[in-house]
Design a protein around this ligand. Structure first.
Ligand SMILES: C[S@@+](CC[C@H](N)C(=O)[O-])C[C@H]1O[C@@H](n2cnc3c(N)ncnc32)[C@H](O)[C@@H]1O
Length: 225
């Protein structure tokens, strides 16, 4: 059996038993292989925009004798239909790329489709995109791996766009109730605090300074002062 990294294990754990899954930007293909071989999901598709990673997924699937994953070369979900997936995973990409993939796939605007999203950068931009486009985040969990800290979100279409505060954009619905979530919030606090210090004495950047100052104060409060 495949042993997944902590990050991929958390993503796999968020997938409901028996769901039909599409892993977008699969690269190595370990996640779809695990979901199929563990028996958690019987209908599994994986896409990648690039031939080379898709070939590496094919090689790994063959090595693992996993013949139940359908591999597709395409941009995002361009060749995937609603019938193929009720759960879509988009992990290991920038938040803006993830938002673009969601935007170009109208079938995701369905309450019954789960999105499991793990941005490597621009998580803030992704949270703002989700809110603006009527996707609610039901669950969010931070995970530390190899000196990095990630957020994994479980989202779905709720139909009504909503607004989020700057603090919510920075940390989503995370609360400092476990080590990894506290680390994630602490990291956002340090970034905001550093930006505020750097901008404090730059006269033409006073609006940005005020934004980072307020954000860092709010994050500090969340962390318990
Ligand atoms: C860093 S890897 C992440 C692999 C895996 N999802 C994970 O989280 O470990 C990013 C992969 O996404 C693919 N990719 C980037 N943009 C894409 C897009 N628009 N559609 C499909 N795949 C994409 C890349 O080719 C690459 O294989």
């Amino acid at each position: 059996m495949i042993e997944l990294s902590k990050r991929l294990s958390l993503i796999a754990e968020m997938v409901n038993e028996g769901s039909s899954v599409c892993d977008v930007g699969t690269d190595h293909g370990y996640l779809p292989a695990f979901l199929y071989l563990s028996g958690k999901c019987k209908k599994v598709t994986a896409t990648d925009i690039n031939q080379k990673p898709l070939e590496s997924a094919r090689t790994n699937l063959e090595r693992l004798s996993c013949d139940g994953v359908k591999l597709i070369l395409c941009n995002g979900l361009a060749s995937v239909t609603r019938e193929m997936a009720d759960t879509v995973i988009i992990a290991g990409m920038g938040g803006e790329v993830i938002g673009g993939i969601i935007d170009r796939a109208p079938f995701l605007k369905d309450w019954e489709v789960s999105l499991i999203l793990q941005p490597t950068t621009a998580a803030k931009e992704l949270r703002v995109f989700l809110a603006k486009n009527g996707f609610t985040v039901e669950r969010e969990q931070a995970i530390a791996e190899n000196g990095k800290i990630y957020s994994v979100m479980l989202a779905r279409f709720c139909g009504a766009p909503y607004t989020i505060s700057d603090t919510q954009a920075a940390i989503g619905i995370l609360k400092p109730d476990c080590d990894d979530a506290a680390k994630y919030i602490e990291k956002q606090y340090k970034i905001a605090n550093k930006c505020a210090s750097e901008l404090e004495n730059v006269p033409r950047k006073q609006n940005e300074y005020k934004y980072y100052l307020k954000l860092s104060e709010e994050l500090k409060n969340i962390l318990g002062g």
